[in-house]
Design a protein around this ligand. Structure first.
Ligand SMILES: [Zn+2]
Length: 182
């Protein structure tokens, strides 16, 4: 079978189904491995908001990634969760160069990440990856007003709010409803 490696970017705000998209790609691609930044200790497995889990490997450096490819020579696709965090100080090394380099070795990279932070500023790494990608799939969820969500709204913190989980701190938001909390 002819295979051509490709770079695919799934981008969007929180609560847009990025993890579900990753899990679907994992199930559709037999020789794939899910990779996560090692700072993220929220879950021991990669888990979607609706509770579906798949195994994943946490990495901190390019050497970690090379090690995975060396010990899994049959792998043809790497799935990167939270790609916007594969950057200093959470990750050491140039992930962009690595992804371009392994494409030349016929290994595809499907990356999943936020396009904007909660202040509404673009994540440069996600942007750079979109620029070199073969395919960019923009995902959106739905804002409380009913329009598609394109930003991640941080809830205004107050003394009375003590929950710190991701779901409790952020909301999907459309551009008209989006506000940066003071
Ligand atoms: Zn809205």
């Amino acid at each position: 079978m002819f295979m051509k490696a490709e770079i695919k970017v799934y981008s969007g705000p929180m609560f847009a189904g990025k993890t579900t998209a990753l899990i679907n790609e994992y199930n559709a691609n037999k020789n794939s491995i899910a990779i996560r930044p090692s700072y993220d200790t929220r879950w021991s497995e990669l888990s979607s908001h609706d509770g579906i889990k798949i195994p994943s490997i946490q990495v901190k450096t390019i050497a970690d990634l090379e090690g995975i490819l060396t010990s899994n020579p049959h792998i043809t696709t790497l799935l990167f969760d939270e790609i916007h965090f594969f950057d200093e100080p959470m990750f050491e090394g140039n992930i962009l160069d690595f992804i371009i380099q392994i494409k030349n070795r016929e290994i595809s990279s499907y990356v999943f990440g936020l396009d904007y932070d909660w202040r509404g500023n673009p994540f440069k790494l996600t942007d750079d990856l979109i620029n070199i990608s073969d395919k960019n799939i923009k995902l959106s969820g739905s804002c409380s007003c009913g329009k598609p969500s394109v930003r991640t709204q941080k809830k205004v913190l107050s003394e009375s709010i003590f929950d710190i989980g991701a779901e409790n701190m952020y909301l999907p938001s459309c551009l008209s409803c989006f506000k940066v909390p003071e």
